[in-house]
Design a protein around this ligand. Structure first.
Ligand code: BDR
Ligand code: CA
Length: 347
């Protein structure tokens, strides 16, 4: 009897190992404005067996659309992943002029690291169309991971709202429930296209917001940089150079490390237990004089109902507000940073 059980266990183990990683991995479309922390996030995604990156779509944000496309192509080439389609997307936000951030990300958006010219070619699809096509080809299987302004994702929803119930989930880097980095209120990805962000938040799909305030808890410091410096490989060395640029930059502002905003969104796709993410209703402010681009989160799920009585309103009841997002409020930072380093080391 023991012998039979042993054989069954051995066969089951063999079968489990025989399943290629991509068959069980989460199918991901990575939408990005590369970008230093976008680069870290992309390499984490490409080196995580839990994820199967099916496409990369490029959005303008940290850099222009054309520079972002060039950066994405060079990075997939460095990672030897020309099999992944890289598509150009929107050229500008829906209703406003683009604001680029070479100030933070370096002249080329990649910490001024000059990667070799890409062996990979751009995909011929328009990014939002590629998203639409891939979601229909794999209904309920695609996770969208946008880590830039939400222009491409909004365009996909506007063009084909039928994708919404077919997307497995959206895990985005953007927003904040504790003030902004652009100004007092707004985080950069949302500020760069607030109307697009509001479309994405209200679409009605399962959505996780990995915001600025939780990203600020994940500081990539010299300790983690040193760990990456012990090993080598094309991706390892590239990420080390970008990481060093970011750590040095953060030191100029008195910080011990650089927040891993975009990589954390990928981290949540890899392992949702890294974060605490209660449900809330989130709206994006599109009109406020001081608050355009702010993610306004209702933490108690209620609004007061005000009823006009004569010349003034009276609160008569509390109305429930349905949540539309899981909002990350805490993270096991060291576990995440160790995961990041372990996935990049020697690659
Ligand atoms: C976000 O803005 C960009 O500068 C980063 O890449 C990140 O996606 C942080 O506010
Ligand atoms: Ca980004």
């Amino acid at each position: 009897m023991n012998h039979i059980i042993f054989q069954l266990v051995a066969v089951a183990t063999l079968l489990a190992c025989a399943v290629p990683a991509s068959a069980t991995a989460k199918k991901v479309i990575f939408d990005t404005d590369p970008g230093t922390d976008d680069a870290l996030a992309l390499m984490l995604a490409l080196n995580s067996p839990e994820l199967d990156v099916r496409a990369i779509t490029v959005v303008p944000g940290n850099v222009t659309a054309s520079q972002g496309l060039e950066n994405a192509l060079r990075m997939v080439s460095l990672a030897n992943r020309c099999d992944i389609p890289v598509a150009a997307g929107a050229q500008h936000p829906l209703f406003q002029k683009l604001i680029t951030a070479e100030f933070w990300h370096g002249k080329n958006g990649l910490a001024n690291v000059e990667l070799p010219a890409s062996k990979c070619k751009v995909d011929s699809h328009f990014g939002p169309d590629l998203i639409i096509q891939m979601v229909h080809a794999a209904p309920h299987e695609i996770t969208l991971v946008p880590v830039g302004p939400l222009t491409n994702i909004a365009l996909a929803v506007l063009k084909d709202p039928s994708i919404v119930p077919l997307v497995k989930e959206v895990i985005l880097m953007g927003g904040s429930i504790a003030g902004g980095n652009v100004n007092a209120a707004a985080e950069a990805n949302i500020y760069n296209d607030p109307e697009a962000a509001q479309i994405v938040f209200q679409a009605g799909w399962p959505l996780t917001m990995v915001g600025l305030d939780v990203g600020d808890k994940t500081l990539f410091s010299r300790k983690y940089l040193a760990q990456l410096g012990q090993t080598h490989g094309p991706v390892n060395d590239f990420i080390y150079a970008v990481g060093k640029y970011l750590v040095d930059l953060s030191a100029q502002f008195g910080s011990l490390g650089s927040p891993m905003y975009d990589p954390l969104a990928v981290g949540v796709a890899v392992d949702a237990t890294l974060v605490k993410a209660p449900e809330m209703h989130v709206d994006v402010e599109t009109r406020g004089e001081f608050t355009r681009g702010e993610t306004v989160a209702n933490r108690h799920g209620m609004v007061e109902r005000n009823v006009l009585h004569g010349n003034h309103y009276v609160i008569e009841a509390l109305d429930k507000v349905a949540p539309n997002a899981k909002v990350c409020v805490d993270v096991e930072a060291d576990r995440f940073l160790q995961l990041f380093v372990s996935r990049i080391k020697g690659k």
